[in-house]
Design a protein around this ligand. Structure first.
Ligand code: KIV
Length: 288
């Protein structure tokens, strides 16, 4: 049986030390089983839950309880990949105490680590979490919880100062104890600078090929989401199209009487059917 992926194993996986890390989001038990059987290293129960599962326009709408509900569903599948629970907006912004309590809610729901967004200004929160024995993954670049500050979902770190700030933020997070750092939507050269600057793995999404690992959203990579396709998403399947076709075939079979068939129905024993005076024996046809 394959062994459980652990935080120290991930922390040790700079690209120079082995294959790039593979992370994917999942939000429920079937998704976790798919990720596990596909052999990924980490499952992120992301706050993208808000947009790809719950139908909101941004990630600001989910709460710690929402996240815990989905972390628990993923954890019940007992997957081999490391489970990273995403701390939602306002769960780590009010106070250090609040941050530790909210993170503990995700850990008790089954996460083995948590992720939070933001750079140097999150250092006190990261230090408090690490002090409470909660492993933390950082997340910088396009941090979706900052959508209103950024004025939309825009590539970050394009200017010289912004690029240097990302490097400084990553160094501060690594120094504070983050075991890995997500880099979202930054130019590939900036992701390379950051990756070379920190001793912990960087996990890119829209951050080019130089990161120590990559992450994609479950619904994007499997093609459940077909309304938008950001440049950085590669679709490995078109399951929305397949699902619509399959459901339309089911609807057609029901409407034309082809579903359910005799073989898909339960039958009374012949003697019970006869005693009840039903339809003749054998249950082959209920239309006689
Ligand atoms: O919530 C999420 O899915 C994420 C990834 C995009 C990294 O934070």
């Amino acid at each position: 049986m394959a062994t459980q992926v652990t935080v120290p194993a991930v922390r040790a996986r700079k690209r120079s030390a082995g294959d790039p890390l593979v992370m994917v989001t999942a939000y429920d038990a079937p998704g976790a089983r798919i990720a596990d059987e596909a052999g990924v290293d980490m499952i992120l129960v992301g706050d993208s839950l808000a947009m790809v599962v719950l139908g909101y326009e941004d990630t600001l709408q989910v709460t710690t309880d929402d996240m815990a509900h989905h972390v628990a569903a993923v954890a019940r599948a007992k997957p081999r990949p490391l489970i990273v629970g995403d701390l939602p907006w306002l769960s780590y912004h009010v106070s250090v105490e609040d941050t530790v309590r909210n993170a503990a809610t995700l850990i008790r729901a089954g996460a083995q680590s948590v992720k939070l967004e933001g750079g140097s200004k999150r250092v006190p929160m990261v230090e408090a979490l690490v002090d409470a024995e909660i492993p933390v993954m950082g997340h910088i670049g396009l941090t979706p919880q900052s959508v209103n500050v950024f004025g939309g979902f825009k590539v970050q770190g394009k200017g010289e100062d912004a690029a240097r700030q990302l490097v400084a933020d990553a160094e501060a997070l690594a120094e504070a104890g983050c075991f890995a750092i997500v880099l979202e939507c930054v130019p590939d050269a900036v992701a390379r600078m950051v990756t070379e600057a920190v001793p912990v793995p960087t996990i890119g999404i829209g951050a080019g090929p130089w990161c120590d690992g990559q992450v994609l959203v479950f619904h994007d990579l499997l093609g459940f989401e077909d309304r938008i396709q950001p440049k950085f998403v590669r679709r490995y399947a078109s399951l929305k199209g397949e699902a619509v076709a399959a459901m339309a075939a089911y609807a057609n079979d029901v409407r034309t009487g082809r579903f359910p068939s005799d073989g898909e129905s339960y039958h009374l024993p012949d003697d019970v059917e006869a005693a009840l005076g039903l339809y003749g024996s054998g249950g082959a046809s209920k239309t006689a």
